[in-house]
Design a protein around this ligand. Structure first.
Ligand SMILES: [Zn+2]
Length: 477
């Protein structure tokens, strides 16, 4: 939290938190040697954040872009090739497999914390976030996500909470922090219960409160494109926004359309520059549902956002640092070779996942999440068979998987979702794109950086180092 400007309008509770931050010395991120001194200081920092994505996901997206679209994949082919490349550990304070709150907090504050905690130490002390540091330096700040805007990652990069589930309080803190751009889903906790789609228990209309502070408000693609002011709140869904594979163009903006609007608004009148977090949460959700078809589309459109960021960087070199990363791996994605069936262990009964299998995946027309929603909690055999025939052409649902869906049984202890898990396994068996879990794993995540300060993100680092480096770059150290 910065000077008088950002403190104005804070509620008493927020002021207390802000005072605490100063008293506990949260202005200072614990100093350790993390990489060589920078040869450049960025004016702007754009963090492109693919939740639940590690190196296998990026490689799968690169390979599929080449074989299905005959196109390069900007993240691997430009950012990783021309920039610097590093690996980040992702473990939480108390567990090797983290969640997005603990991982995002480490990457934002430079301090490890417990699962579910937003930018506070395990014993409950708030730590200065990347966006608070940027605001204190007079930079403009932006938060963009396909999830609810108060979801773990954007929250951990900007505000504080003992639990990520404290949605209403997180929205209150956004109103106090006043990020210049907030785009994503989650209108539910901006509107009072009783208003359509509203869930707030205090009767407040926080969209109106943002408007009163001079924000333009966008609720659809047309309003997003038309936004010309310096401050923008865009809420495009009551909860999470749709996967790209399910998105209705024209009603919900894509990740790339939100990135374009955020960069356009933030780069206007920004003498001290800006820090922008562009997150796709859909990649994490696709990982949880083991949904390879949705994941490919979500990573391709995320790659378009990266391309837009690079175009902006090229317009005014060398002012902007572009960072592409994730917070943890989701799903234990493992494209592999496998038996066609269990009739024989002969190598003649084996296939290798490749372009022909990607073609099959490319013909799927629905996310597994939406398929499960369509079927409901008690799917009928008729509805199930119809859905598979309509949306998964060329796939057959083996009897054991069909049975698991009809009886709503999970396949293993580390697979949480009966319908989603069985539909995903159907796709895996016929394509070789298998998954190891419906949860998060400990695979280190990749960080690619291009622009002034990029060399600091080289090598094998803890995810807290990522946060420490960001604070140093923002503070000009
Ligand atoms: Zn997750």
């Amino acid at each position: 939290m910065g000077g008088g400007e950002s403190l104005r309008g804070l509620t008493r509770r927020h002021f207390l938190v802000a005072t605490l931050l100063v008293l506990t010395g949260c202005a200072g991120v614990p100093g350790v040697a993390t990489g060589p001194a920078s040869s450049g200081q960025p004016k702007n920092i754009i963090i492109l954040f693919a939740d639940g994505v590690a190196s296998t996901h990026f490689e799968m997206a690169r390979y599929s872009a080449r074989h299905l679209r005959n196109q390069p994949f900007t993240i691997t082919d430009t950012v990783f090739k021309e920039g610097t490349l590093g690996l980040l550990t992702s473990h939480a304070h108390e567990a090797i497999a983290t969640d997005s709150a603990a991982a995002g907090s480490a990457m934002s504050t430079g301090v490890k914390t417990t699962i579910g905690t937003i930018a506070m130490t395990p014993d409950g002390r708030p730590m200065r976030t990347v966006m608070e540091a940027a605001k204190a330096k007079g930079k403009r700040i932006g938060l963009v996500t396909t999830a609810t805007v108060y979801d773990a990652t954007p929250a951990a990069f900007s505000v504080h909470a003992k639990t990520r589930r404290d949605s209403q309080a997180l929205v209150d803190q956004y109103l106090a922090l006043e990020p210049d751009v907030v785009l994503g889903g989650g209108s539910d906790y901006f509107l009072p219960a009783g208003a359509p789609g509203g869930k707030r228990k205090d009767g407040k209309d926080v969209i109106a409160a943002f408007r009163a502070k001079g924000y333009q408000v966008a609720r659809n693609v047309r309003e997003l494109r038309a936004a010309t002011g310096p401050r923008l709140l865009g809420l495009f869904a009551e909860e999470d926004m749709n996967h790209e594979i399910d998105r209705e163009a024209g009603s919900e903006p894509s990740m790339a359309e939100m990135a374009e609007a955020a960069i356009r608004v933030l780069s206007k009148e920004s003498p001290n520059g800006f820090v922008l977090l562009l997150e796709t949460e859909n990649t994490d959700t696709a990982g949880h549902r083991n949904d390879i078809a949705a994941l490919i589309r979500d990573l391709w459109v995320f790659d378009e956002a990266v391309k837009l960021a690079l175009e902006f960087q090229r317009q005014a070199p060398p002012e902007t640092l572009i960072i592409v990363t994730g917070d943890h791996e989701t799903g234990g994605l493992s494209p592999t070779y496998a038996f066609k069936d269990l009739s024989s262990t002969s190598s003649r009964n084996r296939f290798y996942a490749g372009p022909a299998h990607l073609e099959m995946i490319n013909r799927i027309t629905i996310s597994i999440e939406k398929a499960a929603e369509t079927l409901g909690k008690k799917p009928s055999a008729e509805a199930l068979d119809r859905l598979v025939a309509q949306h998964f052409p060329g796939f057959r649902l083996d009897p054991d998987l069909r049975d698991a869906i009809l009886k709503q049984q999970v396949l293993e202890r580390n697979f949480s979702y009966p319908t989603q898990g069985a539909l995903a396994r159907m796709v895996s068996r016929q394509t070789g794109f298998y998954w190891g879990t419906s949860g998060h794993t400990a695979q280190p995540v990749v960080v690619g950086a291009l622009g002034p300060g990029a060399e600091r993100f080289k090598g094998y680092m803890d995810n807290t180092d990522f946060g420490k480096i960001l604070h140093r770059l923002i503070e000009g150290r």
